[in-house]
Design a protein around this ligand. Structure first.
Ligand code: DAH
Length: 339
């Protein structure tokens, strides 16, 4: 019988140590649980004489009820304390000044890329993105630039293996499209290109936008008409284009395309170095060897292609004088491109 009093004392001490509801629950189980002390006491009943059992049973039952009542009180106290603590820690001072959220803006290269896609998608172009690691075949050979061709020197190339390289031009995508799709073809291929080149207007990684149109009866006039539309949308309503003869192995004839200087309207200024014109891209009629390489009959189909540097367009459009500004990610620079 004495043991009952001990159990009560011990339970009281244990419970006082419990600092949170979880600890208190464990103490409660130690005494009132299925394998707890009360159950253990009841099991001892068997050892008693028959006549002592009812009294013993009552005593243990009273003890259980007492313990349950005490635990209930303690539980309520701890629950209150925990609630107060929670409310205190989650308290919000509505008079504090708010944290201003800084909104990001699209990078100028992304903006120009999206704008170009919009302009050309409006003319019915579809997007195709080729791989950045290319084989020599797609980047050069199929584009009418065999291994010993001097034009390979025009683009300092990063080789990955003897056969694979980081593409130097999105023109590689032209081949991939023509191999898979029969004309009519009208695709736009944006993407990153890589060249071992580094100064104020050249960066080892930059972006190009390639265009390719192949169908029956396509001429250089179609190319210029489309480029005029591009210049008016991207630069100014009064922009004009001018074609100058040039050379690329994959086009014949090849042209360099100038846009009238949007800064001086063609009168001549420091931006256009007094000429009134700014060179923006390379283009031409797809060389018949390139069509043949892709299984397109050059006597049935003709096409034009063009390729432009997206950074270059962004620099011209926004008056950026150093290409490095586009990769440094200085927030003070980028923030200026808010809508
Ligand atoms: N791939 C050329 C370059 O990177 C640009 C170019 C010129 C693309 C003429 C064309 C083209 O599609 O017809 O300099």
């Amino acid at each position: 019988m004495d043991e009952n009093d001990n159990v009560l004392d011990e339970a009281q001490k244990d419970a006082e140590q419990a600092e949170n509801s979880r600890a208190l629950y464990e103490v409660k189980m130690k005494y009132l649980g299925r394998t707890g002390r009360i159950t253990a006491l009841l099991k001892k009943m068997k050892e008693l004489a028959q006549e002592d059992r009812p009294a013993f049973g009552k005593k243990v039952n009273d003890l259980r009820m007492l313990l349950e009542a005490r635990f209930a009180v303690l539980e309520e106290i701890i629950r209150q304390k925990e609630l107060e603590h929670k409310l205190e820690s989650e308290r919000i001072d509505v008079t504090m000044p708010g944290k201003r959220k800084r909104e990001g803006v699209l990078h100028p290269v992304t903006r120009v890329k999206n704008e170009l896609i919009d302009v050309f998608a409006g003319m019915g172009f579809e997007i195709y993105e080729g791989p950045e690691i290319e084989s020599e075949y797609y980047n050069f050979t199929a584009l009418n630039t065999p291994a010993d061709h001097p034009a390979r020197d025009m683009q300092d190339t990063f080789y990955v293996t003897d056969e694979f390289l980081l593409r130097t031009q999105t023109s590689a995508a032209q081949i991939r499209v023509m191999e898979k799709k029969k004309p009519p073809i009208k695709i736009l291929s944006p993407g990153r290109v890589f060249r071992s080149d580094d100064d104020a207007t050249h960066s080892p990684m930059f972006h190009q936008m390639e265009g390719l149109v192949v169908d029956k009866g396509i001429t250089l006039c179609d190319l210029q008409g489309m480029l005029d539309e591009f210049a008016r949308s991207v630069f100014s309503d009064s922009s004009k284009t001018r074609l100058r003869p040039s050379y690329f192995p994959f086009t014949e004839p090849s042209v360099e395309v100038d846009v009238s200087c949007a800064s001086c309207g063609g009168k001549g200024c420091s931006l256009c170095k007094g000429t009134g014109w700014i060179e923006v891209l390379g283009a031409g009629m797809v060389n018949r060897h390139v069509l043949e390489n892709c299984g397109v009959d050059p006597d049935e189909y003709t096409g034009f292609a063009f390729g432009m540097g997206i950074e270059r367009i962004a620099m011209l459009k926004y008056g950026i004088n150093n290409i490095k500004l586009l990769t440094e990610n200085d927030v003070r620079f980028l923030e200026q491109f808010k809508d």
